[in-house]
Design a protein around this ligand. Structure first.
Ligand code: NAD
Length: 297
């Protein structure tokens, strides 16, 4: 999507961190902005800030995890402008602790915010974006943990794998449209995510070792990358049509052996008499043209 000037962008999790930084970077390109966030006062303040800098921006209270709230968000967006850029970014940390002790209510919440919301966002805007038949862009925020999972929350890591999977599948599904797709996979960023998670998580607050881990993470992330630089990269990826947005190259040395292990695991067929999967037939049966656009484009 080469020209962002006067194009309307809808950004979730826009009151803070990477969402806010991306809104600012889009504003610098002349885009019009709908900032959506669960925190009404903070998102309105963020929008007012952008307006004071000359941008055309509105703030919108939206809990992305509540499917029922999206119709109103869609109406408010339509009244502001034709959404051409959708950045489904709102996310929360999964919390710490061992998987077998994980609170199912917190698990459902983390998945609702980090994963299910992508569907609600796309049900609200993607059909309209496709129908425009003009350059549009969808960006989803995953994480470097979906490329190289560190020993942190299983809920968080697996929800970010799901986001990566959604982006990879959508990229194929949208290959014949004018909607570009990107997946943002940052390493550590100096944002409010630990405090946001503690404030919004359902049920009792974390105790003991889990609370200590959250506090440690807060300290580690404080020295992470500036969200401003990440927001600028997101905008560059939208303009350049890049699928993977990898902002932290220091993780590459950990990704390489992991991918090599995966490749090495492709050994002999489990059934030496089997002719092998008809992959072209599978693609054709699903009405698609190709499996991986990066290979053929
Ligand atoms: N900070 C990092 O190191 C890091 C690394 C990789 C990926 N990410 C991802 O980046 C995204 C943005 O997080 P951030 O680091 O900027 O954190 P942040 O807490 O600074 O910003 C997240 C924003 O999302 C909003 N939010 C949370 N739940 C919401 C909901 N249900 N509905 C609407 N808004 C909601 C919060 O109010 C907050 O304003 C998340 O998806 C996160 O998983 C962050």
């Amino acid at each position: 999507m080469k020209d962002l000037k006067d194009k309307t962008a809808f950004i979730t999790g826009a009151a803070s961190g990477i969402g806010l930084a991306t809104a600012q970077a889009l504003a610098a390109k002349g885009a019009r902005l709908i900032l959506a966030d669960i925190e009404p006062a903070r998102v309105e303040a963020a929008a007012a800030d952008l307006r004071a800098q000359g941008a055309d921006a509105i703030g919108l209270a939206l809990n992305v995890a509540e499917e029922g709230e999206w119709a109103r968000a869609g109406e408010a967006a339509a009244a502001f402008g034709e959404v051409r850029i959708l950045f489904s970014n709102a996310g929360v940390g999964g919390g710490s602790g061992k998987f077998e002790t994980y609170d199912p209510e917190v698990w459902r919440w983390a998945y609702a915010v980090n994963v299910h919301a992508h569907l609600y966002a796309c049900r609200t805007f993607l059909g309209g974006m496709k129908a425009l038949d003009a350059p549009c862009h969808l960006a989803l925020t995953s994480s470097m943990v979906a490329i190289v999972p560190p020993p942190i929350s299983v809920a968080y890591i697996s929800s970010k794998f799901a986001t990566l999977g959604i982006a990879m599948a959508l990229r194929n599904e949208l290959a014949d449209t004018q909607v570009g797709v990107s997946v943002l996979c940052p390493g550590m960023a100096a944002t409010n995510i630990v405090a946001t998670t503690a404030r919004l998580r359902p049920g009792a607050s974390e105790q003991g070792a889990a609370a200590q881990t959250a506090q440690n993470m807060s300290g580690v992330l404080a020295s992470g990358m500036s969200p401003a630089r990440i927001g600028e990269r997101v905008v560059h990826a939208i303009e350049a049509g890049e699928f993977y947005i990898f902002t932290h190259p220091e993780w590459k040395r950990l990704a390489e052996p992991q991918i090599a292990e995966m490749m090495a695991a492709f050994g002999a067929s489990a059934d030496p008499d089997y002719v092998g999967d008809d992959i072209d037939g599978l693609i054709a049966a699903n009405g698609a043209r190709q499996l991986n656009v990066s290979v053929t484009r």
